[in-house]
Ligand binder design. Structure first.
Ligand SMILES: NC(=O)c1ccc[n+]([C@@H]2O[C@H](COP(=O)([O-])OP(=O)(O)OC[C@H]3O[C@@H](n4cnc5c(N)ncnc54)[C@H](O)[C@@H]3O)[C@@H](O)[C@H]2O)c1
Length: 436
């Protein structure tokens, strides 16, 4: 059965390397023999689409077809990993996947809080268009706002529907957490109390502690349950994640995250510029440790860079420790403040983009290191239960901290400083933390 379907699905593998320009490009950048067959992926996917549309399929056949699409996507991911320089060219495969297989999976319910805010506006269209859960998974968006922002949110809903995304199944707009979180697979907690003029950091912590206590409790009572994933973006993200998690005991602590993915991409972008790389995919093993705040530690100690066809030590290629310590680290730590100064508003499109990356990686897995604040199990001497950003690999919708990394004295000092700040934040909100 599977073989028959595979034969139909792959029956029309047109050669897609007729273009002389593409040939010249691959001659220069990659082994053409190795990738030639794999570049036919878009044609294979289109064939899968025809099988899906034009035949009455049994449940067994649908399962087989899903497997086939899975194999095609895996091939695409392997190709990208083996040839990081081809990222731009290969991205067109993604849009083929999107169009060809939009309705094969069950919809995923995603709650977004603060949905009519700046990040929300940049985020929702990408969630709806398949950027986070993939081109073959429909989504139902469940959007939460304060009552005063509901009108604006209804306008956002109209626009979302007007896009006619094949992956958008429904949109729910509400000011009630119990409605927004009902049955959700993912909750993206973006809305938070902003820091107003003259407000002390301690007051900001308290105000947000109240919001994330309410939302944690509502998630506990109404979300899907032990398979729900919760990613906190609203600041102070790590401590808000801790509060939400402690108030939602039915959801495993490992399912909560605090977003440091934007700090991660900021670091990659700056390194890529400094080393004059073709693409940020030519860097790996970079990470952010600790808090999403100015004490975070962007760490290049273990990073590799793709140069002349080989992965080499980034530190050795850079050969400029003074730039690392005096320019790179402070610039990544202060990037949020620099954007507020320039734009008059905090980063929104880049934060939304990083959240898409974060969700996609959590959902579909990673082969390279990424960063996210997660519930510490004591790794690298961090107090158990704190939400601490680590180098992570995601697999099967679970994360593992990259083990056995050697820390030099400089790195340890940085990690100690951000660890101390997170302990202080936790102690300040102690009254909002039911026992773990
Ligand atoms: N982790 C990160 O990397 C990162 C990066 C950028 C911004 N942020 C943080 O993300 C948050 C949102 O940023 P923004 O630019 O979208 O802010 P924004 O002020 O434009 O939007 C926030 C929205 O949240 C809503 N809101 C507030 N309290 C709410 C509640 N209890 N329930 C539901 N909605 C609520 C507001 O009505 C508003 O529409 C801020 O806390 C910001 O500091 C985090």
């Amino acid at each position: 059965m599977k073989e028959e379907l595979l034969a139909i699905a792959l029956k029309d593998p047109l050669a897609s390397l007729d273009d002389a320009k593409a040939k010249a490009f691959f001659d220069k950048y990659g082994s053409i023999e190795a990738i030639e067959g794999k570049l036919r992926l878009p044609n294979h996917v289109t064939s899968v689409r025809h099988v899906w549309r034009d035949h009455e399929l049994s449940n067994e056949e649908v399962a087989a077809l899903k497997d086939i699409v899975g194999v095609l996507q895996k091939t695409h991911a392997q190709l990208l990993s083996a040839h990081p320089t081809l990222a731009g060219i290969l991205s067109r495969n993604e849009s083929h996947f999107r169009e060809a297989t939009a309705d094969i999976n069950e919809p995923i319910r995603v709650a977004v809080t603060g949905a009519s805010g700046n990040i929300g506006y940049a985020l929702l269209y990408r969630l709806a268009s398949g950027d986070a859960f993939g081109p073959r998974t429909p989504v139902i968006l469940q959007l939460l706002e304060l009552p005063g922002a509901l009108n604006a949110l209804q306008g956002v809903e109209m626009e979302l529907r007007d896009c006619a995304f094949p992956t958008l199944r429904d949109v729910i707009v509400t000011d009630k957490p119990e409605v927004a979180f009902a049955g959700v697979d993912y909750a993206l907690l973006v809305g938070a109390q902003p820091r107003s003029k003259g407000m002390e950091r301690a007051d900001l912590l308290m105000k947000n502690a109240e919001i994330f206590t309410v939302q944690g409790k509502a998630l506990n009572a109404h979300a899907k349950g032990k398979d729900t994933r919760v990613i906190v973006v609203g600041n102070p993200a790590n401590t808000n994640a801790l509060i939400a998690q402690r108030n939602a005991p039915k959801i495993p602590p490992a399912n909560f995250g605090a977003m440091t993915r934007l700090d991660h991409t900021r670091g990659l972008a700056q390194l890529s510029e400094k080393l004059q790389l073709t693409s940020t995919t030519e860097i790996k093993n970079f990470c952010i440790w600790g808090n999403h705040s100015a004490t975070q530690f962007p760490d290049i100690s273990h990073s590799l860079v793709f140069k002349n066809g080989q992965w080499k030590s980034l530190r050795e290629e850079l050969n400029d420790e003074a730039w690392n310590q005096n320019t790179f680290i402070p610039d990544v730590q202060q990037r949020g403040a620099a954007i507020i100064k320039a734009r008059g508003a905090s980063s929104a499109a880049s934060a939304a983009s990083a959240l898409i990356d974060n969700v996609r990686e959590w959902h579909s897995g990673t082969t390279e290191w990424t960063s996210c604040g997660v519930h510490s199990n004591g790794e690298y001497g961090v107090e158990k239960g704190l939400f601490f950003s680590y180098p992570l690999i995601f697999n099967n919708q679970k994360w593992n901290v990259v083990p056995n990394l050697h820390m030099n004295a400089f790195a340890q000092e940085r990690i100690d400083a951000t660890h101390k700040e997170l302990r202080e934040e936790r102690d300040a909100v102690a009254k909002f933390l039911p026992k773990d």
